[in-house]
Design a protein around this ligand. Structure first.
Ligand code: SAH
Length: 277
């Protein structure tokens, strides 16, 4: 389970924090580190000394330019935040995060990312809105921000506790096989497609966004769609785009044709029925 948990650090500015993060990870049995656009050289004498023997994790860390690249293959991304933001998002405690991990990681392609922000400004709203949920370490409200590596340590510890508990549990006998969840990359393609379609049908004005896309993101991420479900939604968007591109399209007729094509012309309901009107 621990090998499918990735620690993602965005815009880190102190090499010592990268080294201390590697140490915290290795202590807890985590090894997958991604550095998004670090604002410092990750491998320095300071990072190596703060890693205290875990510098192999810094050597092996993946360096990427964007959060999207760092979490593209992840089925759950959780952003660690010291503060609450403008648009409330699903918020979990470190303990709840740990408790959810065995189930989250039970699918064959599942992978979890824990995303941490910059020392000076944390995670941006855009970055937080790319996460399914946020985790806040309950601290003194008057002094809530932990050192970056200390925050990694707390969450990595919860991951380890959860993994120890899961390995001592009896394997479940009658659990339904899980359908693969959509990956972060698939979700981002869906959101881009959704926005394009909403603009095409005149529902969304990118010049006046009014949080529409953020709200749709929050709603979709809360639902945890399976890959198959997202494919259905993308099929609906493609059909909608096609209608929007053909002025004067009779929507019922177009959808009947669409179904006919999909079913190889064998769909008897392709002619309009009363229930469809
Ligand atoms: N000054 C920043 C905090 C930076 S601390 C701010 O006000 O947002 C660096 C990172 O450590 C944060 O982006 C967050 O990912 C993590 N972190 C620090 N304190 C945390 C807390 N109480 N709960 C969850 N994450 C925390």
């Amino acid at each position: 389970m621990l090998d499918r948990i990735r620690i993602v650090l965005i815009g880190t500015s102190h090499p010592g924090n990268i080294g201390a993060t590697a140490r915290a990870m290795h202590n807890m049995g985590l090894a997958d580190l991604a550095l998004v656009a670090p604002r410092c050289e990750p491998l320095t004498s300071e990072s190596i000394s703060r890693a205290s023997g875990a510098d192999h994790i810094v050597h092996a860390a993946r360096l990427v330019a964007t959060l999207e690249e760092a979490v593209a293959d992840c089925t759950l991304a959780v952003g660690a935040s010291a503060r609450s933001r403008t648009l409330p998002w699903p918020m979990i405690t470190p303990r709840t995060l740990g408790e959810r991990l065995p189930q989250e990681l039970s699918g064959p392609d599942s992978r979890v990312a824990l995303v941490f922000g910059r020392e000076d400004s944390g995670l941006s709203n855009t970055e937080l809105q790319r996460c399914h949920a946020h985790v806040h370490i309950p601290t003194n409200p008057g002094f809530s921000s932990l050192n970056l590596a200390a925050a990694v340590q707390v969450l990595a510890y919860e991951c380890r506790l959860a993994s120890l508990e899961a390995s001592s549990d009896e394997p479940a006998q009658d659990e339904e096989p899980q359908q693969p969840l959509a990956s972060h990359e698939e979700l981002e393609h869906y959101f881009a497609h959704l926005e394009r379609t909403l603009v095409a049908i005149g529902f969304h004005d990118p010049a006046l966004p009014r949080q529409l896309m953020a709200r749709l993101r929050r709603f979709t991420l809360r639902a945890r769609p399976e890959r198959m479900e997202l494919n259905i939604l993308r099929g609906i968007l493609s059909a909608t785009e096609k209608c929007a591109a053909t002025p004067g399209t009779d929507i019922l007729e177009a959808s009947a044709k669409e179904r006919e094509c999909r079913n190889g012309g064998t769909d008897s309901s392709a002619s309009r029925s009363d229930s469809e009107r």
